[in-house]
Design a protein around this ligand. Sequence first.
Ligand code: PMP
Length: 299
Amino acid sequence: MATYDQRDGYIWFNGELIPWSDARVHLLTHALHYGSAVFEGMRAYNGEIFKLTEHNQRLHKSAEILDFAIPYSVAELDKAARDVLRANKLTDAYVRPIAWRGSEQMGVSAQKTKINVAIAAWDWGAYFDPAARETGLKLTFGKYRRPDPATAPVHSKAAGLYMICTIEKHRAERAGFADAVMLDWRGRIAECTGANIFFVKDGVIYTPTPDCFLDGITRRTVIGLAKERGIKLVEKTIMPEELGGFTECFITGTAAEVMPVASIGDYQFKVGDITRALMADYTALTHHETARTKVAAAG
Ligand code: PMP
């Protein structure tokens, strides 16, 4: 497969669809030097993007938190994302919007930089080995911690926050694990490097309160699915030493979808009924809801 900068297709770049390989930025781009970028990750199923508007709203919010305004409305971004899918003849794909500060100014101050926005889409199969849908993922604990909200803009999907995620993902992969579970600045269970985490005990689902990490769109969707099934769900502080008491564990994210966890370090979990039910519900919802959106749009 060609590298990501040299593929066929079209990328929406500041309002226009341009050939994929022409979507370039200069070396002296503020975002590259100072991390002034925010992004989204969405998935299309059956030609429709799941939770499209929520993702573009979050992109706006992420930018606002980083002190910039996206020069396109959420509705314009929704249309642009759909145009990208169509231009690339994709139906099941990953869609990546990104907004970043340009080259008009260097230095910490970036008041005069232009805000650029682009949207790319590509065929991106399962984020984790699909065999793990049956066996569960093997995870390890990361060393870096999710930062205190007083230290970093933790509720923004800001590019800079992924610096520690990439380090932890690499450390986990090198040691033979699929991903790392990161604690927060207080030592509580927080999330994985690109997904939220849930646990099950005695028929009740537990998940950490998202007070210093992303309250994922998939996380909220799965909480809704659990409620529809009448499963009790509790958001609370979860300490690593409590993990021995849980029987099931799963993670959620747009790219990851819903994936069971077999182990975190020495803690073992089974791929149980609640995890299986929510995996099936999520698959059904992403496929049916997007099919419904498509019918509504056509009608
Ligand atoms: N946490 C992190 C660090 C992530 O990168 C993601 C993926 N965007 C999530 C959680 C899950 O968010 P979502 O369900 O909105 O994709």
